[in-house]
Design a protein around this ligand. Structure first.
Ligand code: NAI
Length: 399
């Protein structure tokens, strides 16, 4: 069979294995051509990534393995392989090809696929740290993005991406039909606010750090980082002042708690505020797409657009090592280009004029959609999309 794109709403139902490999090769190339000034001795060698199969987690893994750090990595992710239902997820193939390419360079690249919230996966991670990393980690990257987290009683907390206090009218964009859909979001209930905090806040990050401390798996000077978003005023109703923003404030507070937990090891922890980007997770945020397509257009026009790999190269080289550079709230800011006056002035010229009829011309919808397709291995130069695959052959590839 030939593998073709299949999209339902904003969810990719197929992924192209060779395209996923190409996307990783492109990111490796970006790392190799970036200026690499921080010496290896100042960078982490043994890195644990929670959520390392796509988005910022995968970009972190590539930046640290293929940059000056030459890091070994253990990554946890929740991905699906090929079955009668389909070819599997992009993250499945990202795991496979990252490992192949990193091992060719002599790096350790261990993939643990399963639910990061479960006791079983925690135990497997500790075992891998013991076996592959001589028992210690130098950097823990918390990059999970999910809609659910199990409660201790086995029920689930479910996040709800909603405004708080007032309803919000806005537009979302569906990739499946290239359509602009206006809708009104009702404000979250207090239960939804709390559930979203439980799923996307900092509680699980702290629990992971406790697990690692209790297993004596923290190296001296170890650091930890988790990712956040704040955004400009125009997005605050759906993000910063909505349920997601509440969860991120919780994550920022958790960064101080994790920082204290790591202090006895000479370590530290931070939340890094990143720019808005197309990832598997971010396309789910309702009413956010008009801002992102305006932002993409503005940042490309001004020559400052970044993809996850460029954000992560800058984070590890310029902002986290050798010394962390933080703002007044102890946040690392990699959203500086996004929030610059010039970029935001251009966004505010574009965004208010977007409509169902012109969003493809006025905003960078085509660039936005292309990045989404590329996340799933499609629309990449140098890939033979006529190549034939069989499920049996794909099933032989293991992460
Ligand atoms: P993503 O969807 O690309 O990656 C999420 C990762 O989490 C994947 O590796 C996935 O397999 C893993 N995962 C999800 N549930 C899991 C589970 N139960 N067990 C194990 N692994 C699981 O998401 P993205 O966008 O890279 O998000 C990472 C973080 O970055 C999130 O905290 C997000 O809020 C933050 N962020 C994202 C921005 C964006 O524009 N995409 C902007 C700023 C921050």
């Amino acid at each position: 069979m030939k593998i073709r794109p299949s999209i339902k709403g904003v969810v990719a139902r197929s992924a192209h294995p060779a395209g996923c490999k190409q996307a990783i090769l492109n990111q490796i190339e970006a790392v190799k051509t970036a200026s690499n000034s921080t010496p290896k001795s100042d960078l982490p060698k043994r890195v644990l990534i929670l959520g390392g199969s796509s988005g910022f987690g995968l970009a972190s893994r590539i930046a640290l393995s293929f940059g000056n750090a030459e890091a070994d990595t253990i990554s946890v992710s929740f991905e699906r392989g090929p079955s009668e239902k389909g070819v599997g997820t992009a993250g499945w193939y990202n795991n496979i090809y990252f490992k192949e390419l990193a091992e060719q360079q002599g790096r350790i690249a261990t993939n643990i696929v399963g639910d990061a919230f479960s006791a079983d996966i925690r135990a497997r991670v500790l075992q891998a740290i013991q076996e592959q990393f001589d028992g210690k980690v130098d950097l823990i990257i918390y990059s999970l993005a999910t809609g659910v987290r199990p409660k201790p009683d086995g029920e689930l907390w479910r996040s709800a991406i909603k405004p708080i206090g007032e309803s919000l009218h806005g537009a979302s964009i569906e990739f499946e039909t290239d359509s602009w859909v206006e809708h009104t979001l009702e404000p979250a209930t207090s239960e939804e606010i709390e559930s979203t905090r439980r799923v996307m806040g900092g509680e699980d990050w702290q629990e992971w750090i406790d697990t690692l401390i209790n297993a004596d798996a923290i190296a001296s000077n170890a650091r930890s980082i988790a990712f956040s978003y704040i955004g400009p005023e125009s997005t605050h109703a759906i993000y910063h002042q909505g349920t997601l923003g509440r969860a991120k404030v919780d994550l920022h507070q958790a960064s101080h708690a994790v920082n204290l937990k790591l202090a006895p090891f000479g370590g530290s922890a931070y939340a890094a505020v990143c720019k808005a980007l197309v990832t598997k997770a971010s396309v789910f945020i309702p009413t956010f797409a008009p801002y992102v397509i305006s932002l993409y257009r503005a940042m490309k026009e001004l020559g400052v657009h970044e993809t996850p790999i460029e954000q992560m190269i800058r984070l590890y080289q310029d902002k986290l090592y050798p010394e962390a550079i933080v703002d007044g709230e102890r946040l690392i800011r990699v959203d500086d280009f996004e929030l610059s006056e010039q970029v935001q002035a251009r966004v505010s010229e574009i965004m208010p004029n977007l409509t169902a009829d012109n969003f493809m011309q006025l905003g960078d919808y085509l660039g936005f959609k292309q990045e989404f397709m590329q996340l799933n291995g499609f629309e990449l130069a140098g890939v033979d999309y006529e190549q034939e695959f069989t499920l049996e052959e794909l099933a032989k590839l293991t992460p």
